[in-house]
Design a protein around this ligand. Structure first.
Ligand SMILES: [Fe+2]
Ligand SMILES: [Fe+2]
Length: 141
């Protein structure tokens, strides 16, 4: 999974850092042999739990209006990953392999461009983004 700051960065450092790591992990998973796959899939699950709970925190502190919809999507995806991880850790890699190959990057790209982009825009607008890129002025509310 390729990551390009110019295309994928949303202008909220904390989110961008996490998304960059996610893309790197997904890329490693795509290229992993069976031994590494199980280890990396477990890491992806942990990373995703942290990723989603951080975004949940950002949504709450900034009173993001689409919180329920965005978190619903996070819960759905995390539930799928959790289920796949159980199979993977028991040596059944097929479904997770197929998901990593075909579904994961597509989901991430869509989620990034829609729900995460909306959250980043909201955070920049309300000025509660924990870190902003240098030089980005906040509008006076
Ligand atoms: Fe995200
Ligand atoms: Fe998200």
């Amino acid at each position: 999974m390729d990551w390009y700051d110019a295309v994928h960065a949303l202008g909220v450092d904390e989110m961008d850092r996490t998304h960059r790591e996610f893309a790197a992990l997904a890329g490693l998973l795509m290229a992993a042999d069976d031994d590494d796959f199980a280890l990396l899939f477990g890491k992806l699950l942990d990373h995703t739990r942290e990723h989603f709970s951080n975004e949940g925190r950002l949504m709450r502190i900034s009173r993001f209006p689409a919180l329920a919809e965005h978190e619903g999507e996070h819960h759905r995806v995390y539930g799928d990953l959790l289920q796949m991880n159980r199979a993977v850790q028991n040596g059944r890699l097929l479904l997770a392999r197929a998901y990593v190959r075909t579904g994961l990057a597509e989901w991430f790209g869509l989620h990034l461009a829609s729900m995460d982009a909306a959250l980043a825009t909201h955070l920049r607008r309300v000025g509660e983004a924990p870190a902003r890129p240098a030089g980005m002025a906040l509008p006076v509310l």
